[in-house]
Design a protein around this ligand. Structure first.
Ligand code: FAD
Length: 387
């Protein structure tokens, strides 16, 4: 892909690419087979400061905006690596930076920036509420200077490899709250203190190497000082994290899309069938060109959403639209790339089938396409809600 696409943060992009070159396809293939967490990759990113780009300089981070973070994740994915092992450290920041107290920031941010603490877990989804977050039932009861948490979460990724978790709980039952989105709170859970003392983590094996888990809370005590912001107002704080998450995931999709386009273009130019490069056939080159057009358009949406986020303007709709278009563009590019490679696309050593599985996730998580369409239909176009 032409260098003009690498418009923003060229130095960050170049350093990320250099780091990723040390983690080739063979590294990821070996981990993927046994669903092993890419510890060395995450350590290298942490050491180089890429996971603390959003942490203000006074706490030891780079103090950059979401635009810089999207450049980091896009390049990770374009290089064939996977940011899923650590991207939450960036988006959970949206909640902690904007709504954490000065004492909480002073306690945790320098250690996170230095790599001494990992904040990689974001606990929202529950088995019985699904996307309808206001129906979560994991409950934190105030008991003196602590909260006692009971309930269950599902699909909580990286919980086994994180020291801290941003956890959404109910503190007032839905039926007693003034509106459904009231009565929820955000707790910062110290996983090291919690495991075995009220928190049980059960890994779930999935079609991709994503270290996702199920969590069970059984009278887990969390110090009241770990409440982020005000009690019962947590949904609003989580939304800030979610907008960041959608924009960052969208940038991973852009990186995936560019990976597939790079690989397909190279292979189509080189693979000789019927005495000529397969890429000479328009039936092969047009899908690659179409993927390029779609990824470029989605990338502009991601840049726009990140710029709105960084300027503190509302960006919920733009974050959603960017995530939807980017996840569809990367999936189209994945399918195109597999087809361009013919049988070889299915061989593990080409990395296409692995990236194909990895990029499919993003039409479901962190928010599924239907829910984005519903948001646009009802919040932007004023159509009646179906639920
Ligand atoms: C690998 C993986 C990692 C994840 N990591 C995390 C994590 O770290 N933290 C976390 O909190 N969550 C995580 N999730 C959860 C993820 O955010 C949810 O799976 C996702 O939001 C969809 O929710 P659900 O699975 O409950 O689907 P459901 O809400 O059950 O929906 C199922 C399907 O029905 C559709 N649907 C539902 N309601 C409607 C409607 N009213 N109109 C039209 N269509 C509808 C949806 O679009 C979807 O396609 C992860 C999930 C996966 C698979």
């Amino acid at each position: 892909m032409p260098a003009s696409q690498d418009h923003s943060y060229p130095e960050i992009r170049e350093s990320v690419r250099r780091l990723c070159a040390q983690f080739p396809g063979s590294y990821w293939q070996a981990l993927d087979r046994d669903r092993i967490y890419p510890k060395e990759f995450v350590q290298a990113l942490t050491r180089e400061g890429f996971l603390s780009v959003l942490i203000p300089e006074e706490y030891g981070g780079s103090g950059l905006g979401l635009g810089a973070a999207t450049a980091v994740l896009e390049e990770i994915h374009r290089s064939g690596c996977n940011g899923g092992a650590c991207h939450a450290q960036m988006y959970t920041m949206g909640t902690l930076l904007k709504h954490g107290s000065a004492a909480q920031k002073a306690k945790y941010l320098p250690k996170i920036a230095a790599g001494d603490l990992a904040l990689q877990a974001f606990g929202v989804t529950e088995p019985n509420s699904g996307t309808d977050t206001t129906r979560i039932t994991t409950f934190a009861r105030r008991d003196g200077d602590r909260y006692i948490v009971n309930g269950q979460k599902i699909w909580i990724s990286r919980a086994e490899y994180s020291d801290l978790m941003v956890l959404l709980v109910r503190t007032t039952p839905r039926e007693q709250a003034a509106k459904p989105s009231d009565g929820m709170s955000v707790l910062l859970v110290d996983m090291r203190a919690a495991i075995g003392k009220g928190l049980t983590i059960r890994p779930i094996r999935t079609m991709l190497n994503h270290a996702t888990t199920e969590l069970f809370f059984d009278d887990l005590a969390v110090p009241a000082e770990n409440l982020i912001g005000e009690q019962d107002k947590g949904f609003r704080y989580i939304l800030d994290g979610m907008n960041a998450e959608r924009i960052l995931i969208a940038s991973e999709c852009i990186g995936d899309g560019r990976f597939f386009i790079d690989r397909a273009s190279a292979y189509a130019a080189e693979r000789q069938v019927f005495g000529a490069a397969i890429g000479r056939n328009q039936g092969v080159q047009f899908p690659i060109a179409r993927a390029y057009v779609q990824v470029s358009a989605a990338a502009a949406m991601v840049d726009n959403a990140a710029a709105l986020f960084d300027s503190g303007k509302p960006c919920g709709t733009e974050a959603n639209m960017a995530k939807m278009l980017a996840s569809e563009a990367s999936w189209y590019a994945a399918d195109m790339c597999l087809q361009t490679h013919g049988g070889f696309g299915f061989a593990e050593e080409y990395d296409i089938e692995r990236k194909f599985r990895e990029t499919r996730l993003y039409q479901v998580a962190p928010i599924s396409t239907n829910l984005i369409l519903s948001h646009v239909a009802t919040h932007v176009l004023g159509l009646p809600k179906s639920f």
